[in-house]
Design a binder for this molecule. Structure first.
Ligand SMILES: [Zn+2]
Length: 196
């Protein structure tokens, strides 16, 4: 993916207050809850609202602040989670998990943290702990201990090369039993990497 798909002077997005590059963000309007973002280029903070129309072109220029992934207040994952995920991996029907994805899935339990967007792409609530029960190039199955109350989420996951932030639409959600909730995420894009 190129980060230079749009010229910096074409007027879309908002200029970074630190380096002037165009970012896929706008300032919050009345009643909107801005999220705290960072410019990947210069690390300047930017309190704003994501612009979904241009985010796939400019996503690598921003990342969500770590303050939105603080799980201090979050509920722990249910103790039943591993069994619920095992049932999914064994191919047992957990109610009726819908099969929407085109690509091959990789099974394996990964822990992650979810920042949940409201309808205006603000982040009103605290982060959720989650497990990624399976993953493909198009999407992922999220398992949480409480319902995912969002149409889109940022999934933050540790990878060997740093921390990844993936933006996904939540295309379905349903209880999985055992106090676990499932959500199907369809990838939109990936934000700029957090090193370390
Ligand atoms: Zn900048």
């Amino acid at each position: 993916m190129t980060t230079n798909a749009l010229p910096d002077k074409c007027g879309v997005g908002t200029a970074c207050p630190g380096c002037g590059r165009r970012l896929p963000l706008r300032f919050a309007g009345p009643g909107e809850e801005a999220a705290l973002w960072e410019c990947v280029g210069c690390e300047a903070p930017f309190a704003g609202i994501l612009l979904p129309d241009i985010v796939t072109m400019l996503a690598q220029r921003i990342r969500l602040s770590q303050r939105h992934f603080d799980t201090e207040q979050a509920e722990p994952l249910p103790l039943t989670l591993r069994q619920v995920v095992q049932r999914i991996h064994n191919g047992e029907p957990v109610d009726e998990i819908r099969e929407l994805r085109r690509s091959v899935r990789l099974a394996g339990l990964r822990h992650a943290v979810l920042a949940c967007f409201d309808a205006q792409y603000g982040i009103p609530a605290s982060a959720l702990r989650c497990a990624i029960a399976n993953l493909s190039s198009h999407g992922l199955l999220l398992v949480t201990g409480e319902p995912i109350d969002a149409g889109a989420v940022v999934v933050q996951v540790q990878s060997p090369r740093g921390v990844l932030q993936l933006l996904a639409n939540v295309v379905w959600k349903q209880p999985l039993g055992g106090g676990c909730y499932g959500g199907g995420g369809s990838f939109i894009t990936r934000f700029g990497r957090v090193d370390g």
